[in-house]
Design a protein around this ligand. Structure first.
Ligand SMILES: [Zn+2]
Ligand SMILES: [Zn+2]
Length: 99
């Protein structure tokens, strides 16, 4: 093998190694608040009544198709499907009694 290609290979190895180290060191930002599929947080959902309290801004148009402003419509979401906040996930499991 030629000395040049060896050098190039070594340089590539070092570059890849460095990239891997830096890539691992960089922490990915976690989402601060878990949100539902509708984009609203858990606190905006009523689990007993299966509704989302949040309202969505809809663009409205007149008969001629011209923009006529915004209206607020209730979110059509019926159930929170997003990730549960941490304190609700780690509920101690009740073990069945052992005979
Ligand atoms: Zn929702
Ligand atoms: Zn919603």
């Amino acid at each position: 093998m030629e000395p040049i290609s060896l050098l190039v290979g070594a340089a590539l190895l070092v570059t890849g190694f460095a990239a891997g180290r830096f890539g691992r060191r960089r922490s990915t930002p976690r989402p601060v608040t878990p949100v539902c599929g509708c984009g609203h947080v858990l606190s905006q959902h009523d689990r007993e009544r299966s509704t989302c309290y949040a309202e969505l801004r809809r663009e409205t148009y007149d008969k001629k198709g011209r923009f006529a402003g915004h209206t607020w419509v209730p979110c059509t979401c019926r159930q929170y499907v997003g990730p549960m906040p941490v304190d609700e996930v780690f509920v101690p499991r009740v073990l069945p009694p052992v005979d």
